[in-house]
Write a protein that binds this ligand. Sequence first.
Ligand code: NI
Length: 134
Amino acid sequence: MRLTRRYRFSASHRLDVPSLSVEDNRRLFGKCNNPWGHGHDYVVDVTVEGSPDASGQVVGRAALDGLVREKILDRFDHKNLNQDVAELAARVPTTENVAEAIREMLAKDWPLAARLARVRVAETDRNIFELEIR
Ligand code: NI
């Protein structure tokens, strides 16, 4: 059985590849390359999978919420994704890369009995990125 919990954080970013020219970055990223950046209200869905335990739950909600808060929300909320998150320092903070970073950060030393099965990050209503974890 799978359970998905939904979380939110707000953060700013600027899409820019340092090795490319100013013109190429502008062509590649459009207004997302604006020098002073812009923000999103990100929605993160974390899905865990397992059998219900003796308490009848796939995962204790408080345990999962605490984990996501500590590992992800406290690190990303109201931050500049180009500067404030070490795991993103070497990557362009596209939501593709944000989703990858979130998966890595959650999976590292995962403490819960239920398995981490999926991470989904919505940047806007139209841009939604999903990582299935096998
Ligand atoms: Ni953006």
